[in-house]
Design a protein around this ligand. Sequence first.
Ligand SMILES: Cc1cc2nc3c(=O)[nH]c(=O)nc-3n(C[C@H](O)[C@H](O)[C@H](O)COP(=O)(O)O)c2cc1C
Length: 193
Amino acid sequence: MEFSELVKARRSCRGYDGAEITEEQLSFILEAGQWAPSPLNLQPFEFIVITDQNIKARVKRIGEDARQAVIDNGGPGWAAKYDMNYIEEAPVLIVVTVDPDKGGLGSFFGQPYGAMQAASACIQNMMLAASDRGLESLWFTFFAPEKLQEVLDIPPNLEIAGVLPIGKPKEPIKAPPRKAPRVHRQRYLKMNQ
Ligand SMILES: Cc1cc2nc3c(=O)[nH]c(=O)nc-3n(C[C@H](O)[C@H](O)[C@H](O)COP(=O)(O)O)c2cc1C
């Protein structure tokens, strides 16, 4: 797909039709992630590809526990209705882990998030790659990281940048509106909004 089209066509998907994704599609997506920029080109991310329904169910349960914590602690009312079935519907989950110690030189001058920034670029690349192949995904972060860490045997020195369910959307997804870009010229000028 043409980039200008692709960048707007990509949608966060919360309902999958259950169709499998091919090994070729999966490789294409992972390769796109690997080509993300990273400080000193350290490529601080790794991927866990989950296709096992039992493990997906455990990930979903961890999500539901996080949702319960939101409800119990007076979070927004919509949380109670937020359905996480898509975690089990998606044929594949890709968990992106990142080594926070591989963030380049930024920690010497007040920019300690280089590794997570790289992992974010990696995730965006993968989401765009999925859309390019007629698939959609979701950047899912609705979980307590230490619980997911335990279930997936992720070493304690690594962080989780996100979980991406990927698959064919069940139905067309409406694009949430975007604001006009808030652009400052030459220096930051206060705006009304
Ligand atoms: C860092 C990050 C975390 C997100 N976490 C969640 C999440 O846990 N659950 C969810 O449904 N959407 C999550 N989203 C998706 C956003 O809600 C979504 O990107 C936004 O509403 C815009 O919709 P679009 O992606 O279809 O353009 C997350 C997005 C980002 C960038």
